[in-house]
Design a protein around this ligand. Sequence first.
Ligand SMILES: C[S@@+](CC[C@H](N)C(=O)[O-])C[C@H]1O[C@@H](n2cnc3c(N)ncnc32)[C@H](O)[C@@H]1O
Length: 355
Amino acid sequence: MTHPDGRVLFVKGIWTEEVGRFRVSDRTKSYETAELVSLDERSSDRVTPPCPHVDTCGGCPWMMVNEEAQARAKEQRITFLLDKNGIAVTERRPLLRSPDFFGYRNRAQFKTDGKQIGYVSEGTNVLAPIEDCLVLNPPMRKLFQELRHALPQTAWQPTGRFPWSYLDVDDQQTLRDVVPNRRLPFRQGNTAQNEQMKRWIAETLKDVSRNVPLIEAFCGSGNFTQALVSAGFKQILAAEVRGSALEELRAKNMPGVQSLEINMNEKTVWPQLGRQSPQARVLIVDPPREGLEERAGLFESLPQLEKIVYISCEPTTWARDLKDFQKSGWKVAHLTPLDMFPHTPHVEILSLLTR
Ligand SMILES: C[S@@+](CC[C@H](N)C(=O)[O-])C[C@H]1O[C@@H](n2cnc3c(N)ncnc32)[C@H](O)[C@@H]1O
């Protein structure tokens, strides 16, 4: 929100163009945060959040506004970043909305102290117990109730530096599979949106010869690799840091796929990938929120590169990387934002970059 004197403050629980009274709660060099004291003019986009835990859990900070307003704000966030960073886009398509506005999440990380179960609100260490979670898909909601009814559980009591254990679960598991403090390999959190992403990749690369070598970095357990193989690509070098994810990828026995365990943040990563696949014409990247932290030597190491498919879950790091790519003569030929997580500010970017 903007103070009448022009200062920008971050305030939880308000929406654009609302007017209210606030109390400054924190100041850093670059920004201030404030707490809402009273809301004097409410947005017409406001709705009553159906979740009783919305204020304590903190996982769905946008549940207080309707779907149209959420979609508009996600589009505006992308426009703001493009303008701020001087990034030109040849073709921009509208936000791909989640078919399910509620009941979409196929995985979650619950926190438990062995007596209660819930989430930990961002920026705190406080366990917020919940009785249900409306963004979970039906199998996950059922599994959550089973976990809740399995309490108390001495095996779930905290053992480390936090006052809780975490339970990483997804809709492929049953109660018996759940092990505390064990991370599952990455999985896209919204199954229907994952299918949209895979269709988008196939459509975006439809004119590329199936015989050209591709590099897929941050491939995880081969979610997009499988889509590329199904689309007919015959030579894919799939790179990933987590050995357990690569084990899952290898178990899929995909023809033409070579896997490589590598840390994409190492200084030598691009020369190494260049040596492994010197003729690569297409690069597909789907990094974590930190983006492509190591970019030095990318274009020198892959001189045949014609297209980059950059899928991002954090628009600010995507914009940072794009600013760099533009200096090397690359441009955004196509951009489609995608809403993976309704009721949160998260927005994914599906982009095609060309020289
Ligand atoms: C957003 S996920 C994408 C995974 C995959 N594309 C999918 O759809 O399931 C990012 C992946 O990057 C991997 N990763 C994170 N840091 C990495 C690094 N420094 N080097 C290589 N891979 C990394 C994670 O293990 C994860 O599998």
